[in-house]
Design a protein around this ligand. Sequence first.
Ligand SMILES: [Zn+2]
Length: 241
Amino acid sequence: MSDERHGDTAEAREPRAVDELTLYGMSGDLWQLLALREELIEVRESTEAVDADILTYFRGLARKEDGVVHVLGQLKAQERLAVEERDRLEQRAKSFQAKREHLEGYVMRVLAQLPEPRGGGARRLEGETASLVLARNGGVEPLEVYDESLVPDEYCTFTAELTSEEYAACRRVLPESESLRRAVRYADSKRIRRQLLSTCRTCMGSGFNAAGGVCANCGGGRTEPVAGARLKGRGHHLRIS
Ligand SMILES: [Zn+2]
């Protein structure tokens, strides 16, 4: 994204004062800004300028009585319509599928009642341009495990969630184990959270080192760090009442 393009957009917008815009016009411009912002993110350009523009628009909207609330309401209504449309289409697809399966089942029952072909092969009804054939399913025969608890261990594989200590112990016993090497590793959020909430042991929670500088372990955060993880704070949500 070149600076030129953003410049164009800014220029095209400027002559219109926020107060003169209808809500629709204004929201139209807002969508353009939001789209532009997404493009900037995609090409990893700074969104600072467009963010400022967006903020200006929101301030403008807020000046209009309930402007933002109105736009949010419109969006919500459109979202609801889209969901309803999706549900309707899903229902339609299901109905077509049911009809097809019903007809297929009927044809298969008819085919199954035909006498066995003399030369062997599949039962079929020949048409002018196509024929209906009762074909045997390919591939392996389907397997049903109707009671897993009855299957002996030797016919089972095991996946387990191991703590890092248990995993290390297993690796010591079975250092060559391919399965252990392939074991899925994931961050244990419970342990990470506990660590991130515990007092920094280097500065005992003061945030400073002996020389009065920032504690190198916690960076002044006063709690133990975990590489690659951080607590983000509880955040906020928008409620319209
Ligand atoms: Zn510290």
